[in-house]
Design a protein around this ligand. Structure first.
Ligand SMILES: [Zn+2]
Length: 182
C-alpha cells in the first residue's frame, strides 16, 4: 500500500474544498433560534472504525465524535463529557468498542515494558494504563460503569450512557446490556 504523506493529504484537501458546503457558525445557529442538543459518541481511533460512515451521521444530527485507543473511557473522556454538557448540552453518550481491536491484541504490561526499556528512570510508567482488554463486552460494561459512577456525570445523563460493539466484518452495531451489579 502506498504511504500517505502530509503533502498528499494537503493536496486531497484542496480538491475537497472546491466543493465544500459551508456550515453555519454557532452564532448563526443561535441567531436563527437553533438549539444544541448533542450526542457524544466515543469510538476507537482504528481506521476501520469510522462512526461517520457506520452511523451515517449528518451535521444536523449534532453528533460529536470523540476517539481514543479502543474507545476506552478514562478521566480525560469524563472531562470531555463535562465540557460538552456545560457548553452545548448532551442528550446521550454512546461508547462503542469493536471486534478485532488492537487493544485485545496488546497487553498494557508490554507497552509499559517497551517504554521502560527506553526510559528506565521514569517509574511513573509502571502505573500507566493503556486500555488493553481481554473480554470485548466486559470492556464496554466497565466503561459504562466508569461513566455512571463518576461524580462528575449528572444523573440524568448517567441514565443516557449506552454501550455497543461494532463488528468490523458485518458493519453492525450490537447493544451491550448493562447491569448495575455486573
Ligand atoms: Zn480498536
Amino acid at each position: 500500500m502506498p504511504i500517505i504523506t502530509p503533502a498528499k493529504l494537503l493536496q486531497r484537501n484542496k480538491k475537497y474544498a472546491e466543493n465544500h458546503q459551508a456550515f453555519p457558525t454557532m452564532a448563526e445557529v443561535v441567531e436563527n433560534g437553533g438549539v444544541f442538543e448533542t450526542t457524544l459518541v466515543l469510538t476507537c481511533v482504528d481506521f476501520r472504525v469510522n462512526p461517520d460512515h457506520f452511523l451515517q451521521t449528518k451535521p444536523e444530527d449534532q453528533i460529536l465524535v470523540a476517539r481514543s485507543p479502543a474507545g476506552r473511557v478514562d478521566d480525560s473522556f469524563v472531562k470531555e463529557v463535562m465540557l460538552f454538557e456545560a457548553f452545548l448540552g448532551l442528550t446521550s453518550v454512546l461508547v462503542i468498542h469493536h471486534t478485532d481491536c488492537g487493544a485485545s491484541h496488546f497487553k498494557d504490561a508490554n507497552i509499559r515494558k517497551f517504554h521502560k526499556d527506553r526510559l528506565p528512570d521514569h517509574l511513573e510508567i509502571d502505573n500507566m494504563v493503556f486500555g488493553a482488554f481481554d473480554n470485548l463486552g466486559q470492556s464496554v460494561r466497565d466503561d459504562i460503569r466508569f461513566l455512571k459512577t463518576s461524580p462528575y456525570i449528572p444523573n440524568k445523563l448517567a441514565d443516557k450512557c449506552h454501550g455497543f460493539i461494532y463488528d468490523i466484518k458485518t458493519g453492525l452495531l450490537t447493544p451491550v446490556e448493562y447491569d448495575d451489579s455486573a
